[in-house]
Design a protein around this ligand. Structure first.
Ligand SMILES: [Zn+2]
Length: 428
């Protein structure tokens, strides 16, 4: 059966939760309709009317107290990029608009939502520039109107971590005093305060997406992207369940060669000097990868903003406009810088995840654990490491990588954290 949640890879718990919420949301609508029918049907048994009114009150709006299984008006879907958080948000929107059930995939409500044409579903995707306050205010205003389809107004913010502070405040206001039929679905990498403000988070139900199992990722690479099965299996295992990463490894030779360079680190660690060299190489590779990722979009954004602001201009008000333009350019540069930093951290983190996979392979080899290696192409090397280090030494090294990731997440300077890690990887 085609189902709106079909493209969500390996997220059974999330799908369960969202389906239950959609069912509960449908019950809210039925309750409201029953009360409406009772109210317009003339005299009724007062007991019935009371019961209906009580039900309506219990289920009024989506912001009810039923946090465990029910519906609520504001959600944050978290997960690393590529884990499917925006796929999940759109599928949930379809389930809310479904006319037959909780996301049949076939009715008009499901179909138009998935196609992006449903009148009551708004998707905010910041194309390069951050989501500004003007856009957010207009969105919040429209979201407060009565749903034209008689169900829900759904607002999906696909990168809630890219809201400007002012836009975040506009959104917060709407989330704090939600219109009765409006549902906000925010997608973000995490609920870290850098991604989502603490106050917005406190008003939302958080739904974390898991890293899907490699088998599920391989299956979708074959089915959706036409990747050969053996390549798909290798990429899914090497990506440790990260859908987007697996797709890149399967299709992008540069991503593969960057991974090869990272996995060459363990055999290059022959002394203190080599450890520091390896740290520098890892940091610089992450910087280069991040730069390649953002340079093009940075230039395009700058050009677009300059065009939008109009170059030159000599008429009345031009001086004021220029001052405004300078402010906007400054704001753009600030955001581009923070995005570059983020891209660097992401690239470094991917490298650390690959490295952790290698030491995990060494550990499982040392323990003779009957599990498949993460990196089949360096399994022999991991095996050799396991013989030298034993389980204990392998574990210490794995822990060093994990600690390095945690330190960087906690804002330790990446170079310092990576150097400390390399020394442990060398000495054990
Ligand atoms: Zn449907």
């Amino acid at each position: 059966m085609p189902d709106v949640f079909a493209d969500l890879v390996g997220q059974d718990d999330v799908v369960d939760t969202l389906r239950r919420a959609a069912a509960s949301a449908a019950a809210v609508l039925r309750g409201a309709a029953a009360v409406h029918a009772a109210a317009t049907a003339g005299p009724v048994d007062p007991d019935d009317a009371d019961a209906l009114a009580a039900e309506a009150e219990a289920t009024e709006g989506a912001g009810g107290a039923d946090q465990e299984s029910g519906m609520t008006h504001a959600w944050i879907l978290t997960g690393p990029p590529g884990s499917g958080r925006s796929v999940a948000a759109r599928a949930f929107a379809a389930a809310l608009q479904c006319l037959r059930g909780t996301g049949c995939g076939e009715c008009q409500g499901c179909h138009t939502t998935l196609a992006g044409t449903h009148a009551d579903v708004r998707l905010v995707v910041p194309e390069g520039l951050s989501i500004g306050v003007g856009e957010m205010r207009a969105l919040v205003l429209r979201a407060a109107s009565t749903p034209s389809g008689g169900r829900w107004q759904v607002v999906i913010v696909s990168d809630a971590d890219r809201l400007t502070e002012a836009a975040g405040n506009a959104l917060l206001k709407a989330v704090e005093e939600p219109p009765p039929r409006t549902v906000f679905l925010l997608c973000a990498p995490s609920t870290h305060p850098d991604d989502v403000s603490v106050t917005i988070r406190s008003r939302c139900r958080v739904l974390p997406l898991r890293q899907p199992a490699p088998e599920a990722v391989a299956e979708v690479l074959v089915r959706r992207d036409g990747v050969a099965p053996d390549v798909a299996r290798w990429a899914a295992a090497a990506a440790q369940g990260h859908v987007g990463r697996a797709r890149r490894l399967a299709g992008d030779p540069e991503a593969r060669s960057r991974r090869d360079a990272v996995l060459a680190v363990p055999r290059r660690l022959t002394g203190v000097g080599a450890a520091f060299d390896a740290a520098s190489a890892l940091i610089e590779a992450a910087e280069a990868e991040a730069e390649a990722a953002v340079t093009e979009s940075d230039a395009a954004e700058r050009a677009a903003l300059q065009t939008a602001l109009g170059a030159g201009g000599t008429g009345r008000g031009a001086a004021g406009a220029m001052r405004g333009a300078a402010g906007q350019l400054k704001e753009l540069e600030k955001r581009q810088k923070s995005r570059a930093t983020r891209a660097q951290r992401d690239a470094l983190d991917r490298a650390l995840v690959d490295l952790a996979g290698f030491y995990r392979d060494a550990l499982t080899a040392a323990l003779r654990a009957p599990v498949a290696p993460v990196h089949t192409d360096t399994a022999a090397l991991a095996e050799a490491g396991a013989q030298r280090w034993d389980a204990e030494g392998s574990l210490r090294r794995l822990e060093a990588v994990v600690e390095c990731r945690a330190a960087i997440e906690a804002n330790v300077k990446p170079r310092i954290a990576v150097e400390a890690m390399m020394l442990t990887l060398w000495k054990g």
